[in-house]
Design a protein around this ligand. Structure first.
Ligand code: SF4
Length: 468
């Protein structure tokens, strides 16, 4: 069952029934299912195949969802449990499925994520995997990494970060010799953003270990021959070497509420961790550049300083079109913090910032990221769905919506533009190539926003006009 549904005991005949104080159901969730996030993270490892321990429908739903954003093949193996397994356990199916994934796909890594079903029946996945390794130890087995991802107690971001931590914990198990590299955990950003982060690190003479790296596996070239497992991804040897890196950079302010790959590498191997916001807009990008400068000891290369300067020049030219606009921002917790910071810097007034995640301290993180340039703190709501967002936004008279494709219905109803950012983007082309990070990403976001506002003005004008 996807989280993009109305979950109630009985379905009322009119949407009016959803109105009122007693709203307790989820109506169009502002989050996705937990193992879905884990499958994206596992897809960023070289030779890996994501594997769902659960029933077939979960894999089908996630594949459809992910493919419509990335527009790449997305094979997800499944233990394909039926009614009997729901009673007697899914161990035999999991073992058979793992062998198939290794033998038919030639997987070097299998990333196993649990689902609502297997979490509810209480399958002991570590024990099943232990038995599997004992039973088939005479075969050349792939590495198996597992993560617990009950969807009723988290979001796709929990699944994503959980899978990244599981990869670091289960593949990087001993201190390796210092290698002078820097671990970068980028969070759930676009393949274009991952490519840009690698480019930025290399511009400072740093060879990053990016975990995960789906910049090629989920945005690859057209090939004459189909690859069972697409090329690209973080090599397992690199993951094993993360304990010898000189530093880790973990992007995302809101992940401070949980144990992460970065904090685990720091506590187990003493790899110093820098935790920064997603580099969206000037100030969060400046902080990322400051970290690269400190780690590398090098100054910012001229080309990148020029990108920053050009962006500021664009703000001078374009601020009059966006200054004072009222924005509703929604989506993943780290993305909404970064977007709010970006919007506050350019004079847009975020009036509501909403996320489906709970207990992520979004309001304090927004204050820390951009409190000094916010004219007024927006209303910040965590653990909400689109019913809540729409109800609250109605009274706030927003001019624009900023978030993923799921706000399209509200934008259409209110006749206001939607700046599509983040995941998923189902109703536009090129979500996987959308750049939002760094000065270059801020420039791209700003250009899109200004043009969106101009287009709306031009369309609404009775007489129309050619110069803006
Ligand atoms: S894991 Fe749970 S929320 Fe996700 S598709 Fe399966 S049943 Fe639905």
């Amino acid at each position: 069952m996807s989280t993009d549904t109305i979950i109630m005991d009985s379905v009322p005949s009119s949407l009016d029934a959803y109105k009122g104080e007693s709203h307790v159901a989820t109506t169009n969730a502002c989050k996705l299912c937990t193992p879905l996030g884990a499958t994206i993270a596992f897809k960023g490892v070289e030779g890996a195949i994501p594997f769902l321990h659960g029933s077939q429908g979960c894999a089908t739903y996630m594949r459809r969802y992910i493919i419509s954003h990335f527009r790449e093949p997305m094979d997800i193996a499944s233990s394909s449990l039926g009614e009997k397994n729901a009673i007697y356990g899914g161990g035999p199916n999991l073992k058979k499925g793992l062998l198939n994934a290794m033998q038919k796909y030639g997987a070097k890594v299998v990333g196993v994520a649990t689902t609502c079903l297997t979490e509810t029946i209480g399958d002991d996945v570590p024990r099943i995997l232990h038995e599997f390794r004992a039973e088939f130890g005479d075969l050349p087995l792939a590495d198996i990494v597992h993560v617990s991802t009950p969807s009723y107690s988290g979001t796709h971001m929990d699944g994503f970060h959980g899978a990244v931590k599981a990869l670091a914990d289960q593949l990087c198990v001993e201190k390796t010799p210092p290698n002078g590299r820097v671990n970068i955990m980028p969070g759930l950003v676009s393949p274009a953003d991952i490519r840009h982060l690698k480019e930025l690190a290399r511009a400072f003479g740093i060879e990053p270990i990016m975990l995960p790296d789906y910049s090629e596996t989920l945005d690859g070239p057209a090939l004459l021959e189909y690859e069972n497992i697409p090329s690209g991804g973080t090599p397992v040897a690199d993951i094993r070497a993360m304990g010898g890196a000189s530093a880790s950079i973990e992007l995302g302010r809101a992940i401070t509420t949980q144990e992460t790959a970065g904090s685990s590498l720091e506590s187990r191997f003493g790899v110093p961790l820098k935790r920064l916001g997603l580099p969206m807009g000037i100030r969060e990008t400046d902080a990322f550049f400051a970290a690269l400068k400190e780690i590398s000891g090098l100054a910012t290369p001229r080309d990148l300083s020029l990108e920053r300067g050009r962006y500021i020049d664009a703000l001078v030219d374009g601020h009059k079109y966006v200054s004072g606009l009222r924005a509703v921002v929604y989506g993943e917790e780290d993305v909404v913090i970064g977007l709010t910071s970006f919007l506050a810097e350019i004079g847009v007034k975020p009036v509501l910032v909403a996320t489906g995640a709970k207990n992520r301290n979004v309001a304090p993180h927004i204050r820390a990221a951009c409190g000094d340039v916010l004219r007024e703190m927006p209303s910040v709501r965590e653990g909400v769905d689109f019913f809540d967002i729409v109800e609250e936004a109605k009274t706030l008279a927003p001019d624009i919506l900023v978030g993923h494709s799921k706000g399209q219905r509200a934008a259409r109803e209110w006749g206001i533009p939607l700046l599509r950012v983040g995941f998923p983007i189902h109703d536009r082309f090129g979500g996987q190539r959308q750049l939002s990070l760094g000065y270059r990403g801020a420039q791209a976001l700003f250009d899109r926003l200004v043009n969106m506002v101009l287009e709306k003005k031009q369309t609404d004008s009775d007489i129309g006009y050619g110069y803006l």
